[in-house]
Ligand binder design. Sequence first.
Ligand SMILES: [Zn+2]
Length: 128
Amino acid sequence: MTKAFNTEDLIAAAKSIIKDEKCPNCKDLACPGWETMPSSFNQDQLNLIGTLKSENEESWNEYHPKNTQIWSADAPIAPNFHPYNKCDVYQCQNCTQMYLRYTEYGGYYVDQRIRLVTPELIDGAINA
Ligand SMILES: [Zn+2]
């Protein structure tokens, strides 16, 4: 059973990240916003540590109080909103860097997406 993370859990875990820019696994994933999983990224180095999925999982509302959009590098990481409410939380074994991942299901494609967890961007706003 994967541990369910709420906003406070995510913030607490993110505060334990040790930044190591020399991690050979993570150096190819420099983008702090969402991106399609790069084929060069070694997913074997990622440990599943929790999930943000909740009873809220079906909501498609996004949270952008400062006119960001889903791909913005400075968009809030708001666990109660799409797509964070569909994410699992992963951590690099090598350097402790944390990532969120979810799968986007389009009409004719499946897109694995990944975003670096930036602690300052985590926002516990309520999806009412
Ligand atoms: Zn790493």
